[in-house]
Design a protein around this ligand. Sequence first.
Ligand code: FES
Length: 106
Amino acid sequence: MEIYVTDLHGVEHVLEAVEGWRVMEIIREHGLPIKAECGGACACATCHVYVDPDWLDALPRMSDEEEEMLDGAFDQEDTSRLSCQLIMTARLNGLRLTLARAEADA
Ligand code: FES
């Protein structure tokens, strides 16, 4: 399985993905810059990503906690999700997303 992740410089990376892992963990494991400060507890929003609109419907619904945390995230968009709340499944094979900046000067 693979996911396609575009970094802050607009470069797309093809990452091998493991079922059951959080998308945040997959991004981190491959060495792409993602802070994920809270380690996946839905408490920091530094694992913020923009999901390709074609993939939004394939994702699990947002929990209230994720929605609240995203409300405070920098540059939130309609396609925003927290990548620690997305668990890799076969259905998400080929998922495309873009890393979000954590702050204005990042
Ligand atoms: S890693 Fe902190 S909210 Fe996802």
